[in-house]
Design a protein around this ligand. Structure first.
Ligand code: GLP
Length: 244
């Protein structure tokens, strides 16, 4: 059994709203919070909620700093599928954030240097809430199955499973999907204050079942959340919870 706080919602919209409420609560208490952000289709609804709350003047991002989990390697920053573009399109350009306060690992150029630079940035801060999605193989960020839990920012070789899953963003052509990425390590993720993992759809049910079993397994990177000392929320819709 896991000590993770599990919240099962009726549908995707409710999942997004529940997660947004936790961000709202934090930002009302701590307007200069450090937020760890994620990409993928799952958090889009949550970002829409945050945009709504910002436009209604319920929350402000004026003093917020953000740190993203990961970025594809060797994809131009301005590419429509880079995570840099994703964050701008789905969140940053719609809210009152200072763009200089947003951080993503750099995907272009020397990965060793980029990883060290991002690690140095993270070393000096504490993330208040880290948002996570989950891959169907249990990956978090781009920490693929088999990754050691004690490494920081690093370059990864994406698994065939992830390349296949993400091909939908690249005209369903696996050849167009980048084969490498740079990601926060599980060590960075476990260093944060609070973790919120969101998941929806039956495609994620098996991975969620493994995480919630409480068993720590290197081949299920998200199972590392069971090692976290702070709070962890797993917010899933009925379908992602269907194997629990
Ligand atoms: C990507 C990202 C992850 C994300 C996962 C799930 O590969 N690197 O951070 O959680 O895939 O994506 P989606 O939400 O689109 O299912």
């Amino acid at each position: 059994m896991s000590k993770i706080n599990l919240i099962v919602t009726e549908n995707y919209e409710e999942m997004s709203k529940k997660a947004a409420a936790l961000f709202e609560e934090l930002l009302k208490k701590k307007p200069n919070a450090n937020l760890g952000l994620a990409t993928g289709s799952t958090p889009i609804g949550l970002y829409k909620e945050l945009i709504k709350l910002n436009k209604a003047n319920e929350i402000s991002f004026k003093d917020v700093k953000t740190y993203n989990l990961d970025e594809y390697c060797d994809l131009p920053k301005q590419h429509e599928q880079s995570y840099y573009t994703f964050m701008n399109e789905n969140l940053f350009k719609h809210i009152d954030i200072n763009i200089n306060n947003t951080h993503l690992p750099k995907g272009e150029g020397d990965s060793k240097i980029n990883a060290k630079n991002y690690e140095d940035i993270l070393k000096n801060i504490k993330i208040d809430i880290q948002l996570l999605g989950i891959g169907s193989n249990g990956h978090i960020g781009f920490n693929e199955p088999g990754t050691d839990f004690d490494i920081g920012v690093h370059e990864v070789q994406l698994t065939d499973n992830t390349i296949k899953d993400n091909a939908r963003f690249f005209e369903n052509d696996i050849n167009k999907v980048p084969k490498k990425a740079i990601t926060m390590g599980i060590k960075n993720i476990l260093d944060v204050e609070t973790i919120i993992l969101v998941a929806n759809g039956v495609n994620k049910a098996e991975a969620i079942k493994k995480v919630m079993s409480g068993k720590i397994d290197k081949n299920v990177p998200a199972s590392a959340l069971n090692l976290h000392k702070g709070k962890v929320y797993v917010i899933v819709d009925k379908e992602a919870a269907s194997k629990l």
